[in-house]
Write a protein that binds this ligand. Structure first.
Ligand code: CS2
Length: 484
């Protein structure tokens, strides 16, 4: 079968080779390719050629190796009730592999045409402490980057070195656009990067604080990892072989704080002055439900989110979590109908065209729990309101990170704190009264306030006890009978 490439693809609406690199993107995974690259592709297709994307992988060469031979084109397959619709995206004009040539990436970030560095490096990529939002100054990559500033490893290390070089060359400052699901993502990344710059040199710290914009964003699109079956189906539909297509839903949303002193593409996004209510709603309703369902669902033997939604006791749990515990903590974003948003969310979770694995979402829970569940729990405790569903979500994470499933098989726990989680779980054994406090003692996740609140510790311990004794499904059944 013919391979997708510039000469073989007949459906492109523009000539991408005429576009100029305006954006360097760190973390060219599936999410970036289904979200920001899609929005940027539409801008290029409308004729504004200033914004082609040069991608960079901070770890592995996989994406570059897959896309290079097809001129960095890839198919985006978008699914809804009416089926799957394929489109070729051409906004990505190259992929650098940072570990192979860190200086090459810094030089790319110093191109005069580059105005924006955007990032999807996942929560753990910012080397911060998830509970406090501060830079983790003991993080091995940060220690490395301070010792070797011109060949960094971490995303903050690359940003700081590129900012230093641009400043030294008299180039305008970059705008840094974080597209990860961090709370207050603009401010959090600003804090982390400014701190690292200041550790290198106080003048550089002041330059970053005074001149670099870090607009906040709320990004939303569900993007499961691509499978072999996806590759085969998409090749059959398009007639072209594509090494790494991306599968997503038709739904997409992007809310951006409009703070781009050096200019920006005219993305079909929503530009606002305050993104906080949009971000909190999305992190707490969508991602909070996702994480809770991923742990409960995985333990109950469900492979995907759509499978979880087919299970009446899990579907009931998710509705209860959203309607009875999360919604009350939200400030309604301007122009938003929260009930319609939740209804749409349940439909999106049910989308059978998305095989979104529970084990994919379960990854990196130590970095996700604070903004997805724990902030909501703090607000509920302040209001003296029940937290039963939220506590069950946290307890399911605890049960999951023991690394042993309900049939006694191994769980492949992927988390930067995996070893510590495992050690604490092993020392505690399968006893909720020992396991819950052992895990709640991790301050970078839970802070010092939650472990000291008996309402929280009691709810989590009771839920964990039930998960250990009865398993996830029966615990959800009991939950439904108590909270009809
Ligand atoms: C998911 C998100 O993997 C995960 O943790 O919860 O990637 C989620 O699909 C997106 O945030 C949806 O916008």
């Amino acid at each position: 079968m013919t391979r997708l490439s510039l000469p073989t693809c007949r459906t492109l609406g523009y000539d991408p080779s005429l576009a100029e690199i305006g954006i360097v993107h760190l973390g060219v995974g599936a999410f970036h390719r289904a979200h920001q690259a899609d929005y940027t592709d539409a801008v290029l297709a409308r004729g504004d050629r200033r914004w082609a994307i040069l991608g960079a992988s901070l770890r592995s060469p996989e994406t570059r190796d897959a896309l290079q031979a097809q001129d960095y084109l890839y198919t985006l397959a978008q699914s809804d009730q009416s089926g799957e619709h394929c489109r070729v995206i051409a906004a990505l004009r190259g992929v650098l592999v940072a570990p192979e040539n860190p200086q090459g990436l810094i030089e790319a970030m110093c191109l005069p045409s580059v105005k924006i560095v955007s990032l999807t490096v996942t929560e753990k990529g910012y080397c911060h402490d998830p509970a406090s939002g501060e830079l983790n100054e003991q993080h091995p990559d940060i220690l490395h980057d301070l010792a070797n500033p011109d060949s960094p490893r971490s995303a903050p290390g690359f940003l700081v070195e590129a900012m230093r070089a641009r400043k030294a060359r008299g180039l305008p400052p970059l705008t840094v656009l974080c597209c990860d699901n961090l709370p207050a993502n603009g401010r959090t990344v600003a804090r982390v990067v400014t701190r690292l710059a200041a550790l290198r040199n106080p003048d550089l710290g002041r330059y970053v604080a005074d001149h670099v914009a870090f607009p906040a964003t709320m990004v939303d699109r569900i993007v499961p990892a691509t499978t072999e079956a996806d590759r085969a189906r998409i090749a059959a539909a398009t007639g072209l072989e594509d090494s790494w297509p991306v599968v997503t839903e038709v739904f997409t949303d992007w809310v951006i704080e409009d703070n781009f002193p050096q200019g920006r593409p005219d993305w079909a996004a929503r530009f606002v002055t305050d993104i906080a209510p949009f971000e909190t709603m999305k992190l707490r309703l969508l991602n909070g439900a996702h994480s809770s369902m991923s742990y409960l669902g995985y333990l109950a033997g469900h492979e995907t989110i759509a499978d979880c939604m087919q299970d009446p006791v899990l579907a009931h749990f998710v509705s209860h979590l959203m309607n009875r515990e999360v919604t009350q903590t939200l400030a309604v974003p301007p122009g938003t109908d929260v009930s319609a948003y939740k209804q749409a969310l349940l439909d999106r979770f049910r989308n059978p065209g998305l095989r979104h694995r529970t084990r994919q979402i379960a990854m990196d829970g130590s970095q996700k729990l604070p903004q997805r569940l724990l902030g909501t729990i703090r607000d509920r405790l302040k209001a003296a309101a029940p937290i039963d569903a939220l506590a069950l979500g946290v307890a399911a994470w605890m049960r999951y990170v023991t690394g042993i499933d309900e049939a006694g098989g191994a769980i492949d726990v992927r988390d930067p704190l995996r070893d510590e989680l495992r050690a604490r779980a092993d020392a505690a054994g399968p006893d909720a009264r020992r396991l819950a406090p052992a895990l709640l003692g991790i301050e970078t996740i839970f802070g010092t306030d939650l472990p000291a609140d008996p309402r929280f510790t009691a709810a989590v311990t009771a839920a964990l006890d039930s998960l250990i004794r009865l398993g996830s499904r029966r615990t959800c059944e009991t939950f439904r009978s108590i909270h009809p």
